[in-house]
Design a protein around this ligand. Structure first.
Ligand code: URA
Length: 235
């Protein structure tokens, strides 16, 4: 059970002030009858809410795919830089929306944002082996020794040993990397342990979900139900 005004805000109908105004103007109905009280408590999954004569499609959670640009931080708030949440359109910006696996400020590409903590945990937890695929440009060439080192588990400079990762050479000084952990600066630190610096890093996919090529950097859209499932298939 939750307050009607809170539910409407969570569904992107408007700000708290906007929705309270709508409720007081009798523009909101519950199972066809107007409710004039913003603090009326209800279970939105068991009632039909109408706003200005239109039935509201209640979504318990929200799942967003973003093509993250450079220079934007994966944090809820930052005093100096723009955050990924600043790029999410107002009507999708729910309470507790957070990235399911962070990207560094200078990393670009696929980012999932959600207010569903269990879903985010399933993506992030190394135990689930959801591989995240990246394209990296490096300051040198990937050798067979680097590939072998990634396959057997890179030892980082602080002694941490990473889980086995997949590494494929791409051209002179590029590579595709797949990891299922999300340690701080992991890809950069793995290459660094092998004597290489990452000059550019882009996340291409998470499990079976690829970044939508139609999304320009900085754009986002909701994930379909099928896309949400595909993450955990073919991972
Ligand atoms: N590994 C990194 O080093 N940076 C990222 O942003 C993601 C993975």
């Amino acid at each position: 059970m939750d307050r009607l005004d809170k539910i409407l805000v969570s569904q992107g109908v408007g700000s708290r002030r906007d929705v309270q105004k709508l409720i007081r103007q009798n523009a909101v109905t519950l199972d066809g009858k107007t409710v004039a009280k913003p603090d009326f408590k209800l279970d939105p999954e068991h009632h039909e809410i109408g706003v200005n004569g239109q039935a509201l499609v209640f979504k318990k959670n929200i799942y967003i795919m973003m093509n993250k640009p450079q220079g934007v931080v994966c944090a809820a708030k930052d005093n100096l830089s723009k955050t990924v949440l600043d790029l999410v359109p107002e009507k999708l910006r729910r309470r507790n929306l957070a990235p399911a696996g962070r990207l560094d400020k200078d990393t670009v590409g696929l980012l999932i944002l959600t207010d569903d903590g269990d879903f985010a945990h399933r993506i992030i937890s190394p135990k689930n082996h959801v591989y995240k695929r990246y394209y990296a440009e490096l300051d040198g060439a990937v050798t067979d020794e680097t590939v072998h080192s990634f396959e057997s588990g890179v030892r980082l400079s602080d002694g941490t040993v990473c889980m086995p990762a997949r590494l494929e050479k791409a051209g002179e000084s590029g590579a595709y990397v797949e990891i299922c952990e999300g340690k701080f600066h992991q890809v950069k630190r793995m290459f660094s342990a092998c004597g290489l610096s990452v000059l550019y890093l882009k996340r291409l996919s998470i499990g079976g979900l690829e970044l939508d090529r139609k999304l320009s950097e900085g754009e986002c859209r909701e994930l379909t139900k099928n896309e949400r499932c595909v993450i955990f298939i073919g991972k």
